[in-house]
Every structure is written in C-alpha cells, then in structure tokens.
Design a protein around this ligand. Sequence first.
Ligand code: NDP
Length: 259
Amino acid sequence: MNRLTGKVALVTGAGRGIGAAIAHAFAREGAAVVLAELDMQTAQATCHEITTQCPDARVTAVRTDVTSATSVREAVVDAERLFGPLDVLVNNAGINVFCDPLTMTDDDWRRCFAVDLDGVWNGCRAVLPGMVERGRGSIVNIASTHAFKIIPGCFPYPVAKHGVLGLTRALGIEYAAKQVRVNAIAPGYIETQLTRDWWNGQADAEAARRTTLELQPMKRIGQPDEVAMTAVFLASDEAPFINASCITIDGGRSAVFHD
Ligand code: NDP
C-alpha cells in the first residue's frame, strides 16, 4: 500500500485487460490515475470498479486514441489539469495483428504500427518535455515476448514490438541524465480478451488453449495482476536505478530452447 502515494499516472488502453489491472494496482498504491482509453464504456466501468474498491481513489477516464498524437497530447493536458504534473506514463494500448507477410494488406501493416509503435511514441513524446523539465518521471512500455522472439504467422506484430523495445532503450538513454527512466515489460501469455480472441480464432479454441497451457513451464498462463505488480515496481521509487531495461513476465516460457 502507498507505494505510489503522491504520484500522478496515465495508463493507455486501461479499460480492460492488463491496462485495467495496472490502473487498479496504481490506485490501490495511492496514485491518481487517468485511464486514457478508446472505449469510454469500458474505461468508465473500470473507473467505477476502482472507486468501489478504493473509495478515496482519484481516477478519471479520458477518451484517447493512441494512434493520434493530438489525442494523446490532449489526454496529457486533461490529466495534468485535473491531478497535476504526470510522474508516470504506462504505454499499454496494443492490438494483435497476425498475418502472413506476403498476403498482408497495407492497411494491416499500418494499423499494427499505428497502435503498437506510433502509439507508444505518441505517449512518450507527449510526456517527456514535462518530465525532463521537472527532472523526474517513469515511463513503462508494455512490449511483449514478441519483442525478442518470433512466432511464425504473427507478422507484423513482433516487428512493432521489437520497435517498442528499441524505443524504450533509446529514450531511456537519451533522458537518463535528466532522471527520467524508460523501461519495458515483456509479458508472455496473459489471460485477457486479446488472448481469448486469439484462441477463439483457431479452428479448435479449446485445443488451442490446452496446447498453450501445456507449453508453459508453469502449466498456466499469467494473470493481468501479475503484470500490474511489476508496473507498480517500475513506476515507484523502489526502482530508481532501473532504466532502459525490460522485465519479462512469462513464467519462463521464452527461456525454453524448443517445445
Ligand atoms: P486487450 O485487448 O484486453 O486491451 C487492450 C486495450 O487497449 C483495450 O481496452 C483497447 O480498447 C485499448 N486500445 C486499443 N487500441 C487503442 C487505441 N488506438 N487507443 C487507445 N486504446 C486502445 O489487451 P491486453 O490487455 O491483453 O494487452 C495490453 C498490452 O499488453 C498490449 O500492448 C499487448 O500487446 C500487450 N501484451 C499482451 C499479452 C497478452 O497475452 N495478453 C502478451 C504480451 C503483450 P478497445 O476495446 O476499444 O479496442
């Protein structure tokens, strides 16, 4: 409790899944939280859940499309008007775009990069000037194990996620001397709608789910809360010398040489 007291955080894509879990955890730890989300229905519902569980929580939802630099800048302005200067940004919004490279449409390529890489850059660019000026700040980018591993048939998502890792390292180094830390989290399989949609898109959803679990060293997939706890750590003052790094949360899956 209170590991983020006095901090102001903005979390993109926080209406559901990992983003919602991060918003919950941040509020529990005392941060004022802005849920920057495309879908206001899920964002408002998550805000309501948070205030039901933590009546003193300071939370609000702001409609944000991370693919638009203007929309993200406006969300930051709204957040700072309401709660004060941002200490923490979590670039969480992301989508799966899994194609065969040669039959993929230009639209699929652009959709993937617009959300999964431009979205992260739009967030960083909107908060960095203020963080640099204040000489403090923590940015947490939700990458993926796809940021350093390739699963055939998932193109171009891993290309964008490799980019998120590169962006994290580059910005972490650019602004290190200003005491602004930029880190990434690389989740493996986490139980969210994104993952359920992937299973449901397979010929036999139940078999796909079973296969995923069997391949996991821990014989289970992760929960959104397990990612949120690491986001709290990276956002907090407990990680002052962790910068330009990536923490993998996959139960060991990416360390396995072959299945
Ligand atoms: P979900 O699909 O459950 O949630 C993503 C949220 O982001 C949704 O609320 C979605 O809103 C929102 N969103 C999508 N596009 C935009 C946009 N343009 N602007 C603002 N918000 C947007 O995904 P997860 O919680 O599973 O994933 C969160 C992050 O974690 C992503 O970056 C993903 O790549 C990453 N990740 C997830 C893994 C997993 O196993 N679940 C594994 C590795 C990485 P809407 O409902 O309107 O689309």
